[in-house]
Each structure stands twice: as C-alpha cells, then as structure tokens.
Ligand binder design. Structure first.
Ligand code: ZN
Length: 270
C-alpha cells in the first residue's frame, strides 16, 4: 500500500517552505507503482524529496538552463519528472534518472492520447538508465530480485522476449541455488517444528514470478502489467507451495491454461 500525505518541507536549494506530497510506501525503491514528486513553488526544484540537495544540485537548479525549462504556471507531473530527470542526468545519478524516466513511462502508458511509439521510447529510456545504473555500480544496494523483476518486465514491454526470457531463466537458476543453500540451514526442533530460513519465501516467489514471465514471453505478451491483483496473489501462492521445478512447471501449466482462456475471452470482447 502506498499513501500520499502532505508534509511541510524546506527546499534544499532556496530554503522556501511549502507543503509537499510525501509517499509512505512499502514498495521497494525500484517499483514505481506509485511515486510522488515534489516541486518547490519558488525555485522550481523537482525531486522525490526537495529537502535533500547537495551543492551540485543547487548549482544545476540555479543555472540559466534549468530556469529556461521551469514554467511559471503549475507544471504537469510529466514536466516535473522531466526536470527531475534533467537534474539526475547532470549529476550522473542514473538510479534517480531511472526513477524519473520510469515514472514518465508509466504516465505515458496510462495516457490515451500517447501513441505506441512514444510509449516504447519512454520505456526504452527508463531501461537505458537502469542499465547505466547497473554498469556504474549504483544498484549495489538494490535487492537483486527487485532489479531482475524490473529488467524482465521492461524488456518484455519492449517486445524483447528472447532477452527477457533468458534473464528470467538466469534468475530462476540463481534463486534455486540460493534456496538449496538456505535449505542446508533448516533446523528441526525436538517437537518436529521446522524453522524455514526467512530468505526462502521471497526466493520462491521470485521463481514463480519468473516462470510466469516466461509464459508471458512465450505468448509474446508485451503489456506491462497484464497481471491482475488476483493473479499476483496466485503467483505468491505458487511461490509458497513451490518445492521443486517440475512441480512448479505443473502449477504454471495450469495457470497457463487459465491465462490462455482469459486471453481468448479478452480478445473476443475487444
Ligand atoms: Zn526552492
């Protein structure tokens, strides 16, 4: 769940105080299901948290180029993301650039007036920044499971199905190895109670998630979020029950058939 609240914030560039949306979210840093962007009404500084600004940021925001992009009237969300993106690029902060670019991509996805080319360009830009962040070591603190989920989803959105599928498969192999390692630590107490290491459930969930992604790749389904909340729960459940790959494949096959049926229904109703 993500909740937007208004909070008094002092701008890190010009010290002006204003009420800004603050996101309380349990999503990890990479998922931008919802994301807030703040904008200082005086100097036009746009960032996820405008209280934070280093000297470099101050210089960028006070530059004539930035002043040229900032508009006097209220800016749209997309215009704010563009400013955030501009600052992040100038600072070579590729993870923040990815955040802004992916929020923009998401806003295009839900925009009925945007064409497919514009949407794909926006997703490509987000993925490019993410790759740059990976290459420059800026994603070291990001959970690898979250990272690979994001990469696979973006690749699939761009119809790069072979790459997405290969990446999903790599992630499954890695997760399965980690699960096997963790299982060595499983301890049985005297009463037959088994303590499962807490790292295992998220790894199982990842395996389920990736197997489903592979199914979507096989169907050449490029939609960013074809998974309804109900299906998400189903994936979590698949993950919980997962013991080995053969069993997982059986479960996915069942899901696959249902998915096919859903698709047929969706296709005929369109
Ligand atoms: Zn300001």
């Amino acid at each position: 769940m993500a909740v937007n609240r208004m909070k008094m914030k002092r701008c890190g560039v010009c010290r002006y105080e204003s009420f800004q949306p603050v996101l309380h979210s349990n999503f990890s840093s990479l998922s931008h299901q919802s994301r807030s962007i703040q904008e200082c009404p005086r100097c036009g500084y746009c960032w996820i948290d405008i209280e934070k600004a280093d000297n470099k940021t101050r210089r960028i925001v006070r530059s004539p180029t930035y002043a040229k992009i900032v508009k006097d009237e209220e800016m749209s969300l997309r215009e704010r993301y563009l400013l955030e993106l501009y600052i992040a690029r100038r600072k070579r902060d590729y993870l923040s650039a990815f955040g802004a670019a992916s929020a923009m991509a998401r806003s295009y996805e839900t925009d009925a007036t945007a064409d497919e080319k514009t949407k794909k360009e926006a997703v490509t830009r987000a993925l490019d920044f993410l790759e740059k962040a990976v290459l420059s070591g800026q994603t070291k603190k990001v959970d690898w499971k979250e990272l690979v989920k994001t990469q696979v989803a973006l690749l699939r959105r761009l119809s790069r199905f072979a790459e997405a599928s290969a990446k999903a498969e790599d992630a499954v192999v890695k997760a399965e190895k980690l699960i096997r390692d963790e299982l060595k630590n499983v301890k049985e107490t005297g009463r037959g109670v088994v303590f499962v290491p807490e790292k295992i459930p998220p790894l199982k969930e990842l395996v389920a998630w990736m197997e489903v992604q592979k199914v979507l790749c096989r169907f050449k389904d490029h939609r960013m979020q074809p998974l309804t909340p109900d299906k998400r729960l189903r994936i979590l459940d698949l993950g919980r029950r997962y013991r080995n790959r053969a069993e997982m494949r059986e479960a996915i096959k069942r899901w696959h058939r249902e998915y096919e049926k859903d698709r047929e229904m969706a296709d005929t109703s369109e």
